[in-house]
Design a protein around this ligand. Structure first.
Ligand code: NI
Length: 289
């Protein structure tokens, strides 16, 4: 039995494995704990970083991992990498496949390569029954088409993923209300982070209160996308509290209400309800590890 450590917030997307945290990772995790962040999901960007994140997750109790090849690393993807991802995904701390998707902004590889790598990893997720963490930059149209085909495929429909509460998350959500509604039909949720706090993000801040609160995950995407007033500096999971406060303002709710709902969704999304219990005040406690 773990010592009871109540928490209220989840950072559903944080690259704690990156070198930006090498000098002070222990302090970063301690600051997150002090803000009530009890669960941090570290998505992979390439095979080396997936292994690195898993090694960290073996030491840091609240760290869980998604394994996958980021579209900006699509060139590194081949059959042996796919097989390695499948092996890593059996680790008890792996809870998703990601982050995967398309990035037509950086264009680190051709759209054809990115599509192939994305689709093969969606197929892996369906085979393993793990939800997906989707990266989409300047590519919402193509991502929508590929995800729609995947959801309607026989592979997906027959997969254990079709019976889970949620199939995936559109991380750093940048779409409109129509795409959000399409995502709900796919049993997807939306990830919101630092950009909702940016004073000039008018479109996003107008959209947020129209979104379904029961379909949202909080995320930092640290070390990137630090929220106001830390914009432009290194982001860290403790700052998820600032995202929570901004969402509370935009929804005209209390931060506690935002925390309770988004944490409940995160535990269901990552299949961790059996490892954590929520007490009457909405605080989460580790029941067993
Ligand atoms: Ni990311």
């Amino acid at each position: 039995m773990q010592p009871v450590r109540p928490f209220r917030l989840v950072d559903s997307h944080c690259h704690l494995d990156l070198q930006q945290f090498d000098a002070d990772r222990v302090e970063v995790v301690a600051r997150a704990r002090a803000q009530g962040v009890g669960l941090i999901i570290n998505p992979g960007i390439d095979l080396e970083h997936c292994s690195r994140a898993l090694a960290l997750a073996e030491q840091i109790e609240e760290l869980y991992v998604a394994v996958g090849i980021h579209p900006n690393s699509a060139e590194s993807f081949d059959e042996p990498v796919l097989e390695s991802l499948e092996k890593l995904a059996k680790h008890p701390k792996v809870v998703a496949i990601g982050e995967i998707g398309l990035d037509f902004y950086w264009k680190a590889s051709t759209p054809e390569t990115q599509r192939r790598v994305f689709i093969q990893q969606l197929e892996l997720a369906a085979t393993l029954g793990l939800p997906v963490i989707i990266h989409s930059r300047d590519a919402n149209h193509a991502v929508r088409e590929i995800l729609g085909d995947w959801i309607n495929s026989r592979l997906f429909q027959r997969s254990p993923l079709a019976r889970r509460p949620f199939a995936g998350v559109l991380h750093a959500y940048s779409g409109d209300l129509a795409l959000a509604e399409e995502a709900y039909r796919w049993n997807f949720v939306l990830g919101l982070g630092g950009p909702v706090t940016f004073r000039n993000a008018h479109g996003l801040r107008e959209l947020v209160p129209k979104l379904r609160l029961d379909r949202l995950l909080l995320e930092t995407d640290a070390p990137y996308l630090a929220p106001h007033p830390f914009r432009g500096r290194r982001n860290e999971p403790a700052y998820i509290a600032l995202v929570c406060e901004t969402l509370a303002q935009l929804f005209a709710l209390t931060p506690e209400e935002i925390a309770i709902q988004t944490t409940a969704t995160a535990l269901r999304f990552f299949g961790l309800e059996d490892r954590f219990g929520v007490d009457f005040s909405g605080h989460v406690t580790a029941v067993h590890s």
